[in-house]
Write a protein that binds this ligand. Structure first.
Ligand SMILES: NC(=O)c1ccc[n+]([C@@H]2O[C@H](COP(=O)([O-])OP(=O)(O)OC[C@H]3O[C@@H](n4cnc5c(N)ncnc54)[C@H](OP(=O)(O)O)[C@@H]3O)[C@@H](O)[C@H]2O)c1
Length: 293
């Protein structure tokens, strides 16, 4: 017969309790993973059908680039200091498709690389943007990768940047002769959404459309997969989770940032068929793949 002390009995029951807790947590985590995977499969399935056409089209990047270069066009980038803007700039500079590139931002950027020497930089005060209308003069193509977060700027600050600054810039660009405006928006953008982020994105998309650009391309990427320089814990956590998932379902809930900027470039090179085009996450991904051919 084994006789246990009171302490030993307590330890055994504590051990059993912990074992049961781990078992429950494990099951919850397992169920959550299955749920996310299912959502991913559904998102992937519905996203795919609309965008496979890009892959079927036989684009030759070299010809596209040569033809576009011959047009001698210029562009501006808003938000070139951010993650997408920086990558976009790299892509555009390396492909040498524009005769002039202007960066419009709130601060001057420094570049070591010689290929960046010919860049024009316009430092503006977004709160008094009309005083800087000259910065927006004479560009054929405009890319807008501006944005902040509610956590960083508060609700009002977020609306100010993601809606007002974007719309004011687009208005001045239109007045300055820009014919093709590209807006980096977000997956799920919807002006009727109950979520502030998605509502503001939907509103700015619609308000820019009213300006009547000759061509207006809206990109709606999901969570950007990028090693962000700035610390954003929630995004970091999402990336840790979505990164492995993206190897199976590359566009279900996220997208590599390189796909986004390549899609922007390829889309610029291809003559647009529609005046306004909304490029959803899956189409962004497939369009980006064209640049790899
Ligand atoms: N992150 C995602 O997962 C995700 C997913 C889908 C869509 N998007 C959208 O895609 C766009 C680009 O995202 P991102 O992550 O590449 O952006 P980011 O790295 O946060 O860069 C944002 C850019 O906006 C500028 N900016 C921010 N606040 C400003 C202010 N008050 N005044 C002037 N300029 C300001 C920044 O300039 P400074 O460098 O001077 O601060 C920077 O150039 C955003 O509209 C975002 O909502 C993001």
């Amino acid at each position: 017969m084994i006789i246990c002390t009171k302490q030993e009995t307590m330890l055994v029951s504590q051990g059993l309790f912990l074992k049961r807790q781990y078992f429950i947590y494990g099951r919850v985590l397992g169920l959550l993973t299955i749920l996310v995977a299912l959502i991913a499969i559904v998102c992937n399935h519905f996203g795919n059908s609309e965008s496979a056409s890009y892959l079927r089209m036989a684009y030759d990047m070299k010809t596209l680039e040569d033809n576009f270069r011959a047009k001698n066009e210029s562009c501006f980038i808003l938000g070139a200091s951010g993650e997408t803007g920086r990558e976009l700039l790299k892509e555009i500079v390396s492909r040498q498709i524009f005769s002039r590139i202007t960066l419009i931002g709130r601060r001057k950027l420094t570049f070591e690389d010689k290929s960046y020497q010919s860049l024009v930089q316009e430092v503006v005060d977004f709160e008094k943007l009309d005083d800087y209308s000259a910065a927006f003069q004479g560009h054929d193509v405009g890319y807008c990768c501006l944005g902040t977060t509610k956590a960083k700027a508060g609700t009002e600050g977020f609306i100010r940047v993601d809606h007002d600054y974007v719309l004011n810039s687009a208005r001045l660009a239109k007045a300055g002769g820009c014919s093709h405006f590209n807006l980096e928006s977000s997956k799920g953008a919807d002006k009727a959404s109950g979520f502030l982020y998605l509502r503001v994105k939907g509103e700015v998309e619609a308000d820019v459309e009213k300006l009547g650009f000759e061509r207006y391309s809206i990109f709606r990427p999901a969570v950007l997969l990028v090693d962000r320089q700035e610390s954003r814990p929630a995004e970091w956590l999402a990336r840790k989770f979505l990164g492995p998932l993206s190897t199976m379902f590359p566009t279900a809930m996220s997208i590599p940032i390189t796909s986004v900027v390549r899609a922007m470039v390829v889309n610029t090179l291809i003559a647009g068929e529609k005046r306004v085009e909304i490029i959803e996450n899956n189409a962004v991904y497939n369009l980006g793949k064209v640049a790899e051919k």
